[in-house]
Design a protein around this ligand. Structure first.
Ligand code: ADP
Ligand code: MG
Length: 570
């Protein structure tokens, strides 16, 4: 007797399904992209396992996806002969959300449909999008290498629960059967489905086939066409790995769709860079800058890194060895011919090849950012900086070799434009430096407002000297590593003896010397009275309006750093 078991969805899945059905309605055709994408992932996984156990192919090595339409039954079926799933896998993959960060995700939902649908994208929960168009979904799956009678059927109406039933399935892989809602029967049109596949899944590297009436048209003798008789399966996509194609043959839309496929992000990327490198190392890279930071950008455990292929064979997701940490938001594919097919994370860790690939990929990304930073229209770069600027600021400390390149990419708020926007580059600052000024001035404070109203600024403001206003948490750390830029020292105006006297005229200098003489006796008395409690008592010309300000010694910790240390319990 066949036993059907009922299982409840994890609470988060129920919530997610509600959201899917109600928020993504305007872009419902993406369900097909997600299911085809899963089928293609399943083919990748099988191909990888078959590298060490070719018996898994079981005489069926031509991996593909097939989409069939049944008008009478109102179903659309997506079948693959990929890796398949065991019963346990079905329960954990199609009943729960396994990824880390589930809590953060739900915490961030705002109720604003368009914002929330972007969050779903970042989360990668494509399978559940089937319920946008279907009121019942049936999954039949058999794991590669497992016997026919160990297959499983999963079925759900997308409400509270799903059923699991043991079945017999003749072939390896997964069939996803969508029972379309009455109002979604447009997806039974061959033409419609074919055009969606071409739109979203052209880049998928295995054939996506649809059943076609007739026979493939071919030329008979003397050129006459042989008439169509029966049906056949026809590939409706290009079916070559997109990154192996020539740049000039790939359209922007194709690049964008490919990004969505590998990143699980449903928003378009900001920019990409596609390169074939031949020489000492041989590889192809296709690297993307996303438009939005993922919600887990600051989570140390979050998955990041590139999708790694070796000679077009998928090896692993999230290979983090090829990007420095300050570029952890970059998504993309790296296909190398210099790594062995059986490469593991451990082997990758410290090989020469890894290092040289990492160097190459890092410089590709920096070049792409440089190009964006130099563009006439700065909107794109500002979008990038707002999302990822704080991460980029980790760069000078982490990547000594590229310090100068990274420095040029940094953007700051400054006294030049009186807004909190970080849009002043060091180059722009230098171009505005005063006659005789040979240092770049900055101040770090807890907030933009605090920096902007710092008493330390007064004298510089009076002289019309620009000061960079820093207030991100990472800024103190950044400035410890960014000590100079194109031969000019970066100097905190809150530290040490700020010597801007070079910029004064003779008259001011004389007047200041006079003042110092006048106050000599007073400073002596202060020093005598305060003794060891103070390091020094000096006459200063920093302030013009404020009565007092705190100055730290040049090589002492700044007040911000002290606060930072206190906050981590030092
Ligand atoms: P993601 O693809 O981001 O992992 P999905 O919700 O699209 O998220 O899919 C969830 C999981 O279900 C996949 O990671 C995979 O393990 C499993 N899965 C989905 N479709 C298939 C399939 N056609 N063949 C094998 N496993 C699948
Ligand atoms: Mg998926």
């Amino acid at each position: 007797t066949v036993q059907k078991q009922k299982h409840g969805f994890q609470a988060e899945v129920k919530q997610l399904l509600q959201l899917m059905i109600h928020s993504l309605y305007s872009n419902k055709e993406i369900f097909l992209r997600e299911l085809v994408s899963n089928a293609s992932d399943a083919a990748d996984k099988l191909r990888f396992l078959a590298l060490s156990d070719s018996s898994l192919y079981d005489n069926d090595g031509e991996l593909k996806v097939r989409i069939s339409l049944d008008e009478a039954a109102k179903t659309i079926t997506i079948s693959d002969n990929g890796i398949g799933m065991t019963q346990d896998e079905v329960i954990s993959h199609l009943g729960t959300i396994a990824k880390s960060g589930t809590k953060e995700f739900f915490g961030q939902l705002s109720g604003d449909q368009s914002k929330d649908s972007q969050l779903i994208g970042q989360f990668g929960v494509g399978f559940y999008s089937a319920f946008i168009v279907a009121d019942k979904v049936t999954v039949k799956t058999r794991k590669a290498g497992a016997p026919a009678d160990s297959a499983v059927e999963w079925e759900s109406t997308g409400e509270g629960d799903y059923t699991i039933t043991p079945i017999v399935k003749a072939s390896r892989g997964t069939d996803i059967i969508l029972h379309l809602r009455d109002e979604e029967t447009e997806f039974l049109s061959q033409w419609k489905v074919e055009s969606i596949v071409t739109k979203y899944s052209d880049h998928i590297s295995i054939p996506v086939e649809m059943y076609q009436e007739g026979t493939p048209e071919r030329d008979g003798e003397e050129g006459e066409k042989i008439p169509a008789t029966e049906g056949y399966w026809k590939a409706v996509n290009k079916a070559t790995a997109l990154w192996m194609r020539d740049k000039s043959e790939v359209s922007d839309t194709e690049y964008q769709e490919f990004y969505k496929h590998i990143s699980h992000d449903w928003t378009e990327p900001l920019s990409w860079s596609h390169n074939k490198v031949e020489g000492n190392t041989n590889y192809t890279s296709l690297l993307y800058v996303p438009k939005k930071a993922p919600f887990d950008l600051w989570n140390r455990e979050a998955r990041h890194g590139l999708k790694l292929y070796v000679q077009r064979v998928f090896i692993m997701d999230d290979a983090e060895q090829f990007m420095p940490s300050y570029l952890r938001f970059i998504k993309g594919v790296l296909d190398s011919s210099d790594l062995p097919l059986n490469v593991s994370r451990e082997i990758l860790q410290d090989t020469k090849v890894t290092q040289s690939l990492r160097k190459g990929c890092t410089s590709r990304v920096l070049k792409m950012l440089e190009k964006m930073a130099k563009a006439e229209d700065q909107t794109e770069y500002q979008t990038f900086w707002t999302e990822f600027g704080q991460v980029m600021k980790e760069g000078p400390a982490e990547d000594f070799a590229n310090k100068d390149t990274i420095a040029k990419l940094l953007r700051f708020a400054s006294t030049h434009n009186e807004t909190a926007d970080q849009n002043v580059s060091l180059d722009a600052y230098v171009s505005r430096m005063k006659e005789g000024q040979d240092e770049i001035y900055f101040i770090v404070a807890d907030s933009y407002e605090a920096a902007k109203h710092s008493p330390h600024l007064e004298v510089l403001r009076k002289k019309g000297i620009e000061v960079l206003l820093l207030s991100d948490r990472v800024d103190e750390w950044l400035m410890q590593h960014l000590t100079d830029f194109e031969g000019k020292k970066l100097r905190s105006i809150a530290k040490g003896n700020l010597d801007i006297s070079k910029l004064d005229d003779e008259e001011t200098k004389k007047a200041q010397e006079e003042t110092e003489k006048q106050f000599a006796a007073v400073t002596e008395r202060f020093k005598a009275a305060l003794g060891d409690q103070v390091k020094a008592v000096k006459t200063s010309h920093r302030l013009t309006d404020s009565p007092a300000c705190i100055v730290t010694d040049e090589f002492d910790m700044s007040t911000q750093m002290m606060k930072l240390m206190e906050s981590v319990g030092q």
